[in-house]
Design a protein around this ligand. Sequence first.
Ligand SMILES: O=c1ccn([C@H]2C[C@H](O)[C@@H](COP(=O)(O)OP(=O)(O)OP(=O)(O)O)O2)c(=O)[nH]1
Ligand SMILES: [Mg+2]
Length: 178
Amino acid sequence: MSNPLLDVQIRRIDPEVPLPAYAMPGDAGADLRTTEACELAPGERTVLPTGVAIALPEGYAAFVHPRSGLAARCGVALVNAPGTVDAGYRGEIKVIVVNLDPRDTVRFERFDRIAQLVVQQVEKVRFHEVAELPGSARAEGGFGSTGGHAAVDGDAGGTAADKGGNRYASVVSDREGQ
Ligand SMILES: O=c1ccn([C@H]2C[C@H](O)[C@@H](COP(=O)(O)OP(=O)(O)OP(=O)(O)O)O2)c(=O)[nH]1
Ligand SMILES: [Mg+2]
């Protein structure tokens, strides 16, 4: 028995834009479309309008996530992925896209799907200040603390394998033939 769907009010700012829709049953993200055509040169970014505004119930937020096809095939990413749409936001949802491809210009046509919107329940917390935080196994470990540090080509180790054998990618500087 699937959960009843959460009702989210939506206003079409662009009367012709198709409403966000889930491509496949069970999808988490509803695709958002740009209402403006645009071209992005390598490295260029822009804010694209989606032509819709929503009213999320209190206790929910919507997150603007990238589409993997745009990332894998075109090198298009979202600068602030995931963008956070607050429950109280009534303005147009916009998508901050960037072209990370080093060579090709990417073009979006009007109504191309450029991102996906994932609606989630979120906790609102009250921050309670303490002088000392409770201990934990991770403690202050972060930013590579689990090992497998990437090595820049030519480093003494030369590979990204660490003592534990965990690997990150190897960082290969000045790639031939780029
Ligand atoms: O990718 C995004 C991110 C945000 N928003 C909208 C919805 C959100 O509720 C509002 C504010 O978002 P956020 O708090 O991330 O922006 P900000 O730069 O922090 O604005 P402020 O500094 O005013 O909070 O902007 C979008 O439409 N797309
Ligand atoms: Mg904010």
